[in-house]
Design a protein around this ligand. Structure first.
Ligand code: AMP
Ligand code: TRP
Length: 324
């Protein structure tokens, strides 16, 4: 039997290069070798979202990106978290075996407290428990994620282990799977690329918009004038060149160090490569955007298939915990 992959992603709308290079790329590549389940975690989004009116549109936009990137509903189960409500029951049950001290020391919780001090809700503390419920409800063994999710995955392993110790072997301990580019920095060159921080480059931009966006990126801060030698090793744009422009990246580094090319030239090259890499994706996306009914059908079918597995696991958990 194929091993099971599970991953989730918040419905942040149109996806950015960080999502793509850090996660979606792996989602697509794992589809043949594993039994894959990919979930749009709308309930998780409520921990930060103030404007819930955009949620349905964000789910739709994200699905267009996923499908255009190569996620295939004939190979993988694609669904929206809240359509399989068993996960919320499992979340409550797992919360009984999760010490609060484990949750309060999670780095992403501390970051969120800083980012949204006006909205430190109870769900934010339980975020990793809900995430664990997502994974173990489907007995997920391999979890493709970006580097920022590693602390959450560690906690998921601890919760699964604790449950198994208390109630007998039930869940596999899920392992994270990183891509070759597990942390993409944003246009500010400091923080991870993220929609919430406004430092992202969306996959679905037009070629011209991509050029304009790349031009706003912060490069090597020591290179203030065109003639100053650059330091590609500390430049975020250079990291992207290595991915999008692998054949030319050594020569770009050389020319940057000797100030033969300036940051604007370098950014132009990068934007062109991003545009040519994403060209086929953008074409597929434009076609899918004409078929909203298809997207809805994929999600409805995915939820139905996911629910069969979810019910079975939840029954087993309730039995083991003495509820049945
Ligand atoms: P999110 O949109 O935060 O729910 O993230 C969805 C997936 O993309 C998760 O697996 C993240 O780890 C990954 N991801 C998000 N932002 C980045 C980034 N800047 N670099 C690498 N991976 C990322
Ligand atoms: N916490 C993840 C993020 O912010 C999203 C997520 C929710 C997830 N449930 C998951 C990721 C289960 C992997 C597995 O990106």
């Amino acid at each position: 039997m194929k091993r099971r992959v599970f991953s989730g992603s918040r419905p942040t709308g149109r996806q950015h290069l960080g999502n793509y290079l850090g996660a979606i790329q792996n989602y697509v590549n794992l589809q043949d070798e594993y039994a894959c389940i990919y979930c749009i975690v709308d309930v998780h989004a409520l921990t930060s979202l103030e404007d819930t009116g955009s949620l349905q549109k964000n789910i739709y936009d994200m699905m267009l990106d996923w499908l255009a990137a190569g996620l295939d509903p004939r190979k993988s189960i694609l669904f929206v978290q809240s359509r399989v409500p068993e996960v919320m029951e499992l979340h409550t049950l797992l919360s009984m075996v999760t010490p609060l001290s484990w949750l309060l020391r999670v780095p992403t919780f501390k970051e969120k407290v800083k980012l949204q001090p006006h909205n430190v809700n109870y769900g934010l503390v339980g975020y990793p428990v809900l995430m664990t419920a997502d994974i173990v409800l489907y007995k997920g063994e391999v979890v493709p994620v970006g580097e920022d999710q590693l602390p959450h995955l560690e906690l998921a392993r601890e919760i699964a282990r604790r449950f198994n110790n208390l109630f007998g072997q039930t869940f596999p301990e899920p392992e994270a799977k990183l891509t070759s580019f597990p942390l993409v920095l944003g246009l500010d060159g400091k923080e991870k690329m993220s929609k919430q921080l406004g430092n992202d480059i969306e996959l679905a931009l037009s070629p011209q918009e991509t050029i304009e966006r790349v031009m706003t990126a912060v490069t090597d801060p020591a290179r203030r004038y065109r003639d100053d030698p650059g330091h590609p090793e500390i430049c975020n744009i250079y990291q992207l060149q290595r991915y999008f422009n692998p054949l030319q990246s050594d020569s770009i580094a050389e020319q940057c160090r000797s100030a033969n090319i300036g940051c604007v030239d370098c950014k132009t090259l990068l934007a062109e490569e991003i545009n040519s890499t994403l060209g086929p994706f953008r074409e597929r996306r434009a076609v899918l955007a004409t078929k909203p009914q298809y997207v809805a059908e994929v999600l409805a079918d995915g939820a139905e298939r996911a629910r069969v597995i979810a019910r079975e696991t939840l029954r087993e958990v309730k039995q083991k915990m003495g509820l049945l």
